[in-house]
Design a binder for this molecule. Structure first.
Ligand SMILES: [Zn+2]
Length: 162
């Protein structure tokens, strides 16, 4: 049964892949790393404000506001904002009101969103010959994310031809 479901979907999180790809298309995003200003613009377009605080230990969405740390470097901020954007697009709920199990599931979905959005399939295809270091600077993310994304990518390629 599980194999049958896999055969139908090319991507690990097919619906989230579609959400990320639509965003890339709608905002005509073709250069990488994706600019912080573009991610901010998308968040504003969805009706949310962004507040940066000095002593923010953990970013979150509260009401219609995205709360982030001020001290993050650019790559951290790119990932943090994309993370919260993922919550906005996929969940539309107040995180603090959810049960623990539900939260774990949401976090995995959001991680999938970040990977598909910040490191799209077509960009991986065009840059497969890059070293790990080149990839981290090209996409503006850390090595952990690149490794995870390449795993997703290889699985999706395999499913395509199954
Ligand atoms: Zn989260």
């Amino acid at each position: 049964m599980a194999e049958y479901t896999y055969g139908m979907n090319t991507h690990l999180y097919e619906n989230i892949f579609k959400i990320a790809n639509k965003l890339l298309k709608d905002y005509d995003i073709t250069s990488f790393p994706i600019g912080i200003n573009i991610i901010e613009e998308i968040i504003y377009d969805y009706g949310y404000n962004i507040e940066y605080f000095d002593n923010c230990k953990r970013s979150c969405v509260l009401g219609n506001c995205v709360i982030c740390g001020k001290k993050d470097n650019e790559d951290e901020r790119r990932i943090t904002l994309s993370h919260e954007l993922g919550h906005i697009l996929i969940h539309c709920t107040n995180q603090l009101e959810n049960e623990k199990l539900q939260l774990d599931k949401q976090e995995s979905q959001v991680e999938a969103f970040i990977l598909y959005f910040l490191i799209p399939d077509f960009e991986i295809e065009n840059n497969l010959n890059m070293s790990m270091y080149e990839m981290t600077s090209y996409f503006g993310v850390d090595e952990k994310l690149i490794k995870k994304r390449l795993k997703y990518y290889k699985k999706s390629i395999r499913h395509k031809y199954e």
